[in-house]
Ligand binder design. Sequence first.
Ligand code: BTN
Length: 321
Amino acid sequence: MNDRILQLFDEHPDAYVSGEEISRALNVSRTAIWKHIEALRQAGYEFEAAPRKGYKLVNKPDKWNVTELLAGLRTKILGQKLHVYGEVDSTQTIAHNLVASGAPEGTLVLAETQTAGRGRMGRKWHSPAGKGIWMSLVLTPRIPVYFMPQLTLLCAVALCRSIQKVVQVDIGIKWPNDLLIGGKKVSGILLESSGEDERLKYVIAGIGISANLKLEDYPAELRSIATSLAIESGADIVREQLVQAFLLEFEEMYALYLDKGFAPIRLLWEALSVTLHRPIRTQTPTGIVEGIAESLDDSGALTVVISSGEKVKIYSGDIEL
Ligand code: BTN
């Protein structure tokens, strides 16, 4: 039914189509039409509604252009095996399943929308259709399980640097791996792993970039804490270009890490951090820690100097700036 409604709008470009006309053409009630229009809105289609005139289709969701993406991809491995979907529950789940059926390192899963996008600490990730970059990357690094936090920080560095190259925004990393513009979150990273005898078997790096969301694409509770690259830069983002830039940056950082270890990545992370040398507050299993974020250690933990002068390490969780 949604396809038939869209076909009708295609036949009337830039014009209002009245409810009555749709109802007659498709032989359904006005209420049914309203429900279908709402479902299409959820899927990223934008309609204007005017009393007595009906509906006008003003914007269609962006679709991944796979040919363009692959044509401009300069990586050797990352993203060379590409799986692109319309709607999925989570690209993470798809990537785990692909690994189970033999997908190699570098396999990338992209989706237009996720119905159950996962965030850190059991949170949901808002993933409206055609508006963002919702992707999962398969990695098989030969490193111990306890080096995972380093990989997460590496991912944040690669993401931050690639965004800086493609979009004119002042972006920084909040420990451990949130990307912020003007204090609002624009991108998040979730690493999920499968280990064997303390060695990582594989890692799925899940990356969410709020690229082209407009204010009205956010639920009310996110509007004061989240933003998008388009809102902040005032220009639409060519998603394919940003994915290409990210994969290339990640491939270079990853090679550097596997060759030289975490030290160079740590320096890059520190240069991009909006957390260090600032007062922070966080909830730990043993209580609230408040102090000045001083440095990042070799394991990726944050060292915080509290009022007594004592240094406390934070290994996981969220911090408030
Ligand atoms: C966070 O900041 O909480 C992490 C968010 C990670 C979201 C991405 S979107 C693509 C991938 N699929 C998911 O379900 N989650 C990650």
